[in-house]
Design a protein around this ligand. Structure first.
Ligand code: SF4
Length: 432
């Protein structure tokens, strides 16, 4: 989300005649994150560092919602995250005020509930992958999460707007697009609460996937994060129907394997729902005997988490066989329900985090071993030394291979070795 929004802000700045500079910028924009205490601390430090350069510092992003007084005091111009007008529009207004020029609309916006789109001039792509924000806002109120207090209004881009923006990104040289959003399953809905979603006429994710997959030149399409209720047979059908572009990888946050903890977290799924979704996903997205790659987020040390609860998380993780687990120690966010509950001892949380990180290495190796001898398509992302590349295959595993070609090329290759550190392949045919 942060990357996608940075790109949108860059579009605003370029449309006002400003260009990026690492030498002596007139303004610096610090686009903050506040999803964990650590992210908020890093944001605070980034603002302080920017201020040392003596330039005008714009502070944007979620830190302005969680810590408005600090953001105001440390920065020069604060563009607050909350409010009815989308942040990107308020950012454009703040830039116009700073430049002392008449206010103009930041970007195209058709309805009040739609998100503005970033179609304005941007730079030639530096990265093969581009995040594209299709949705914003959440009202699900998980008890650990501060986001619904900051990004209160749910908005989605229309299918047409997403296609326009995605087409522009492909023209700029991006080969892969990743749909991002605060709650992607709420795409086309005015609420993230499934029991309240009654908008059958709304534009839905499966239709969006169908439309974007048809864009000429787009090599890969990925969805960033989904919950059990979002992964419907209809969506999986759309993924299968467009499998030449839509990759067999889903990021499916578990957060906890314990039913009791999930309830205390106020998640919208039971562990039974999660298991069913995993089974359905594996059934539909297994191609040539290779199951889809599944990655996840897990919170360790949630206030009510007992040893037995944590053991259940380990059981589920082993069952699923994740390619990667993003493990977070629970982070107190003032203003959330869980912040008021008794907290676990830090050493207990640390111990659980370490156990999960160790398990992550075991599970990742085990999943990647299934790639051994398979033919994969590797998108070249980084040249380590002359002719030695790192890239990712369609199953999201990082690959190392020696080949000709340039960044963004897709190389057909055969996996020859899988180690803890990397997965090695040799090219069989260069397809693009
Ligand atoms: S679903 Fe839960 S964790 Fe995700 S943004 Fe909404 S409240 Fe936060």
């Amino acid at each position: 989300m942060n990357h996608a929004e940075q790109r949108e802000m860059e579009s605003v700045l370029r449309s006002r005649g400003l260009t990026p500079s690492t030498q002596s910028p007139d303004i610096e924009v610090v686009h903050t994150c506040s999803v964990t205490g650590q992210a908020a601390a890093k944001s605070r430090n980034a603002i302080r560092r920017a201020k040392k350069n003596g330039k005008t510092v714009f502070v944007t992003g979620c830190f302005t919602g969680t810590d408005p007084d600090v953001a105001q005091e440390l920065g020069d111009v604060m563009v607050k995250q909350e409010g009815d007008v989308p942040m990107i529009e308020r950012f454009a207004q703040a830039v116009d005020t700073f430049l002392d020029r008449p206010q103009e609309t930041a970007m195209q916006r058709t309805e009040t509930v739609s998100l503005p789109i970033a179609t304005l001039p941007s730079t030639k792509a530096n990265h093969v992958r581009a995040e594209l924000r299709i949705q914003d806002g959440c009202d699900a109120h998980c008890t650990f999460c501060i986001i619904p207090k900051i990004r209160t209004t749910l908005r989605s881009k229309s299918i047409q707007d997403v296609v326009t923006e995605a087409t522009r990104l492909v023209e700029l040289g991006h080969q892969e697009i990743v749909f991002t959003g605060v709650f992607i399953g709420a795409y086309g809905h005015e609420t993230a609460l499934r029991r309240k979603q009654h908008t059958p006429e709304a534009e839905h994710l499966a239709d969006l996937l169908d439309a974007v997959a048809q864009i000429d030149g787009l090599q890969r399409l990925r969805i960033s994060s989904m919950e059990p209720g979002d992964v419907t047979p209809c969506l999986l059908d759309a993924m299968v129907a467009n499998q030449s572009v839509v990759v067999p990888h889903l990021h499916l946050p578990l957060q906890s394997g314990s039913e009791a903890v999930l309830r205390k977290m106020n998640r919208q799924y039971s562990i039974g729902d999660y298991r069913e979704m995993i089974a359905l996903t594996k059934e539909r997205l297994t191609i040539d005997g290779l199951p889809p790659a599944i990655t996840t987020d897990i919170i360790c040390g949630f206030p009510t988490e007992t040893d037995a609860d944590f053991q259940e998380t380990l059981v589920v993780a082993n069952e699923v066989g994740y390619l990667h687990m993003h493990v977070f120690p629970y982070s107190v966010r003032t203003g959330t329900a869980a912040a008021r509950w008794n907290q676990l001892q830090p050493h207990v949380v640390r111990e659980r985090v370490n156990q999960l990180i160790e398990l992550d290495e075991v599970l990742s190796l085990s999943y990647r071993k299934q790639l051994m001898g398979k033919h994969v398509k590797v998108m070249l992302e980084q040249e380590l030394e002359d002719g030695l590349w790192k890239g990712r295959c369609e199953h999201y595993a990082e690959m190392t291979l020696r080949t000709g070609g340039k960044k963004g090329d897709i190389i057909e290759a055969k996996v020859t070795e899988v180690t803890q550190e990397s997965t090695f392949a040799i090219p069989t045919l260069q397809i693009l």
